[in-house]
Ligand binder design. Structure first.
Ligand SMILES: NC(=O)c1ccc[n+]([C@@H]2O[C@H](COP(=O)([O-])OP(=O)(O)OC[C@H]3O[C@@H](n4cnc5c(N)ncnc54)[C@H](OP(=O)(O)O)[C@@H]3O)[C@@H](O)[C@H]2O)c1
Length: 279
């Protein structure tokens, strides 16, 4: 049995889909599962509610673990979940982390990595670069409504990766031998700055999308006005600042090596999903 957290999220939903289509026995952790989801082996699971851990983990051998973006205090949430997993007999955790996490002691992902390394459970870290899907999720509304991308990343380059490539690697790590106690750096095949991303998006959509680099103060107040919590906005600002200083630009071969094919390109991704910005 494989337990998938964040099963309605960008990566978790695809992990769940790929596991199901390859006939794995899976359980999906969802905060408020519908009757239809419960019938498909989902379970009520909330990382802030330790009472939900026991039922979710019963009979589970491996787990796909992600940190929900709004969860900043991992010591009170993910650490107890890892303890419960250990007590319940989970023997491998594939954790969705962040590119460069090993050098970013302030990000919650690194704290979880260190905790996992000391847990005695076999781990696989997926240290992912920025998801191409952010252009649909985090930035979707501003691209559709304001025709702009607003992130404090300056002209720093980012090695954007398709979340579906990350999910495919997660499934390999969960179902094949050879991935225990490994860390993978998952990136696309090129690093692009946001002015180039905006230009590619403009080309795809047929009208201009403008990149604006806000000050940290205006980025934080913009995110707060969208309902993002202060803690989450600060983590976002910190992560975009690392991109600004070139720390998200690293391109690796891990996706191609693990999947046996090149990663999705940003142009390919934009063409495949163009309707998302036109609706
Ligand atoms: N976005 C990027 O570019 C990027 C890059 C590298 C790493 N990461 C990391 O990847 C992770 C996922 O990021 P994302 O932006 O793609 O998020 P996401 O998948 O959209 O996250 C939302 C998921 O978290 C679940 N969730 C929210 N609160 C929960 C709770 N209290 N208990 C259990 N589940 C909860 C949601 O489930 P419900 O349906 O229950 O709401 C949903 O499935 C984050 O840790 C992020 O830092 C992101």
């Amino acid at each position: 049995m494989i337990f998938v957290t964040g099963a309605t999220g960008t990566i978790g939903a695809e992990v769940l889909y790929l596991l199901k289509t390859s006939d794995q026995v899976v359980r999906a952790g969802i905060r408020q599962p519908t009757v239809a989801q419960l019938a498909e082996n989902a379970i009520a699971f909330d990382i802030t509610q330790p009472a939900s851990f026991g039922p979710a983990l019963a009979g589970v051998e491996r787990m796909f673990l992600m940190r929900p973006p709004a969860v900043t205090n991992v010591a009170e949430t993910l650490f107890p979940l890892i303890d419960a997993a250990k007590a319940s007999g989970v023997h491998q955790i594939v954790f969705l982390s962040l590119l460069g996490a090993e050098k970013l002691s302030f990000v919650p992902h690194r704290k979880v990595e260190i905790y996992l390394q000391h847990s005695g459970i076999d781990y696989t870290f997926l240290r992912a670069s920025f998801f191409m899907q952010n252009l649909q999720t985090a930035h979707g509304a501003e691209i559709r409504q304001r025709r702009e991308i607003l992130v404090p990343a300056g002209n720093g380059k980012t090695s954007f990766v398709d979340g579906n490539d990350i999910a495919a690697v997660a499934v390999r790590a969960l179902t094949e031998d050879g991935h225990r106690n490994q860390a993978y750096d998952l990136t696309g095949s090129e690093a692009l700055d946001y002015p180039t991303v905006a230009a590619l998006l403009s080309l795809e959509l047929g009208y201009p999308i403008v990149y604006r680099h806000p000050s940290l103060r205006s980025f934080l107040s913009y995110q707060r006005s969208r309902g993002v919590t202060a803690g989450q906005a600060l983590v976002m600002a910190a992560i975009y600042t690392t991109a600004r200083f070139g720390m998200a630009a690293r391109v690796t071969n891990d996706v191609a090596r693990l999947l046996g094919r090149p990663p999705q390109s940003l142009q390919g991704y934009l063409a495949q999903h163009r309707q998302a910005w036109l609706d």
